[in-house]
Design a protein around this ligand. Structure first.
Ligand code: ADP
Length: 236
């Protein structure tokens, strides 16, 4: 059986964790953050050591152990009754993080929507991440060089994940808004997922499925209200 999933997508510092934690409080939504899963490992465990080695440089942990950690975590959630695949939806934060991970997870998850928390100016995220370093005691947020590498890694490896899914699944959300308004946008989208896929009369005005489509969508969204960007989304 494939697990029903929603992907929380966006660069480091876009607010995936903040929103994911809130969404995880809604009945039938289960938040899973791959970064949190890695940080919960003992640093002297074999995978904990691998995580520190890569994360401290702003790089991605290799794909196979990452998916293995995800898979084991989900099995654990099922075993202790916190995730019921028949009724619940996983809110995946930070995974899949490159096209190879999409491929490995293809038979394991059914992606119902991708919430793309985009930020038109990536440099703004540097400031946010430095603030988070103090609040959450995260070593990978403390060093500007590491932050820059993580943003580069996002641009180079992670953004390509969006090209692996149909445009109809992707919802753009302006992550520069205050968290409450980001949440409002997300909830409107999730609420629509519960309804049959009928058009709400909205128009899309970006080209579909061309190589540069993600960027053009992001530019279009930054100049336009969200409500104008999306017609219906896929139904249950
Ligand atoms: P952020 O989104 O703020 O960069 P995360 O908490 O999602 O941070 O991830 C922290 C680090 O954990 C990443 O820089 C990477 O080293 C590792 N990581 C998390 N998720 C994945 C993943 N799906 N694949 C590979 N590495 C990952």
């Amino acid at each position: 059986m494939k697990y029903r999933a929603i992907l929380l997508f966006g660069p480091p510092g876009a607010g995936k964790g903040t929103q994911g934690k809130i969404l995880g409080q809604i009945p039938n939504f289960i938040h899973f953050s791959s970064g949190d899963a890695f940080r919960s490992l003992r640093v002297d465990s074999p995978l904990g050591r691998v995580f520190v080695e890569y994360a401290s440089k702003g790089q991605l942990v290799p794909d196979e152990p990452t998916i293995e950690l995800w898979s084991q975590s989900v099995q654990g959630l099922i075993a202790n009754g916190r995730f019921n695949p028949d009724a619940d939806t996983l809110v995946l934060d930070g995974i899949p993080r490159n096209p190879r991970q999409v491929e490995i997870m293809e038979d394991l998850i059914e992606v119902k929507a991708i919430l793309d928390l985009f930020c038109p100016v990536l440099d703004k995220l540097v400031i946010r991440l430095q603030r988070r370093a103090l609040k959450e005691n995260r070593l990978d947020d403390a060093n500007v060089e590491v932050i820059r590498t993580r943003l580069e890694t996002y641009k180079r490896e992670t953004r390509a994940v969006l090209e692996c899914y149909p445009d109809t699944l992707i919802h753009l959300i302006d992550s520069t808004q205050e968290p409450m308004l980001v949440l409002l946008d997300i909830l409107k989208i999730l609420a629509r997922l519960r309804k049959p896929a009928i058009s709400d009369g909205a128009t899309t005005f970006y080209s579909k499925s061309s190589a540069g489509s993600v960027l053009s969508r992001e530019l279009a969204a930054s100049a336009s209200p969200m409500s104008e960007l999306h017609s219906g989304t896929s139904a249950d």
